[in-house]
Write a protein that binds this ligand. Structure first.
Ligand code: FMN
Length: 363
């Protein structure tokens, strides 16, 4: 008997299977507003147990990339509502991933009046794509003041309320992959000398305050978090106390009682692997649901679920390229390969035109 394809429970929700569509930025939200094309894309993938949306900004300041959606304006909430309704009609549950990009941004990607904020004024190495001028170096961010920290916390809380108003089943805090929340956790990007910097108790303060804030607003059964221990994406180098820091986070998040922790392992994309001991520590210390992700196929997903390593498996690129991934995996059918060239380009190509099994590929 397969575990992967059987129903399961996530807090108060019943999921139609154990498969989660991982959050994937697709840059189709012209003017940062979810649209009809996105309704089609997400609805096509509605056979998942749970869909986690692409990174979605809680604030104009958090819109680091071109054409990523937000969830801070009424038009954005309306746009998301149509998507959530279409996905619910297909049976999947849906969480919105709240992603504040912090220093991973270029001002050309930001609306007028938005600011480049981060824990400290440390620019990321490398460049960022802009629609206006192509690749540009990352700017030096402004170190957040105490007032900025309060405002940003309030933006996360309001975004969580907006998510519930849009019909989402919950939110996922994006505290992984080098974005704002992780910029507070990591010592290379957090060089503060106030209560938000220094020892891990301080570097974890902002993410824990945001967690408490959104739990206070929408309840612990509606809040998950994504973490990337040992992740190096977006100029986040490995450092000595990584394991101890993330062990502390696992304990503290467990005490907050949120619904899930979602761990990133990007070794299938060339990143350092997350040590098995680290994943095991999260499993042991965090009593609610654990989601593992990164490089899964059906066989490995089934075997990790059967071994009790996690409660749910999240899958990214295979879902991107196969709207009917469940049916394909279940029948051992061939899968479409993802086309990297169209991951982030506007329009339907490489987005809504991946064929399902019963569709003929256009000549
Ligand atoms: C096109 C693309 C966009 C992504 N965008 C996000 C994102 O917005 N938020 C996030 O947490 N991870 C993002 N990821 C990472 C995926 O969620 C996932 O961790 C990664 O693809 C590894 O899983 P896979 O091997 O199943 O693809 C993205 C990955 C891809 C390929």
């Amino acid at each position: 008997m397969s575990i992967l394809y059987s129903k399961t429970v996530l807090g108060l929700l019943t999921l139609q299977n154990h498969l989660v569509m991982a959050p994937m930025t697709r840059n189709r939200a012209t003017n940062n507003i979810p649209n009809a094309l996105m309704v089609e894309y997400y609805a096509q993938r509605g056979t998942a147990g749970l869909i986690i949306t692409e990174g979605t900004s809680p604030s104009p300041n958090g819109l680091g990339y071109p054409r990523i959606p937000g969830i801070f304006s009424p038009a954005q909430v309306e746009g998301w509502k149509r998507i959530v309704d279409a996905v619910h009609d297909k049976g999947a549950k849906m969480f919105v991933q709240l992603m504040h990009c912090g220093r991973i941004v270029h001002p050309l990607n930001l609306p007028a009046g938005a600011r480049v904020l981060a824990p400290s004024a440390v620019a990321a190495s490398g460049e960022m794509y802009t629609d206006a001028e192509g690749m540009k170096p990352h700017p030096e961010p402004q170190a957040m003041t105490g007032e900025d920290i309060k405002t940003t916390l309030a933006e996360f809380v309001q975004a969580a309320k907006n998510a519930v108003a849009a019909g989402f089943d919950g939110i996922e805090l994006h505290s992984a992959n080098g974005y704002l929340l992780e910029q507070f956790i990591r010592p290379n990007t957090n060089q503060r000398i106030d209560g938000y910097g220094g020892p891990i108790e301080n570097r974890a303060r902002f993410v824990l305050e945001v967690t408490e804030g959104v739990i206070g607003a929408i309840g612990k059964d509606r809040v998950g978090i994504r973490l990337s221990p040992f992740g190096v994406f977006n100029d986040m180098p490995l450092y000595d106390t990584m394991e101890a820091d993330y062990t502390y986070l696992a304990q503290q998040l467990n005490a907050r009682g949120l619904i899930y922790i979602h761990l990133v392992d990007h070794s299938s994309m060339g990143a350092p692997p997350v040590p098995e001991a680290m994943k095991g520590a999260f499993r042991k210390l965090f009593k609610r649901s654990l989601i593992l992700s990164g490089g899964y196929d059906a066989e490995r997903a089934e075997s990790d679920l059967a071994a009790g390593k996690c409660d749910l498996i999240a899958v990214g690129r295979p879902f991107l390229a196969n709207p009917d991934l469940l049916a394909r995996w279940e029948t051992c059918a061939a899968v479409n390969a993802p086309d990297m060239a169209t991951f982030y380009t506007p329009g339907p190509r490489g987005y809504t035109d991946y064929p399902a099994l019963n569709e003929r590929v256009a000549p």
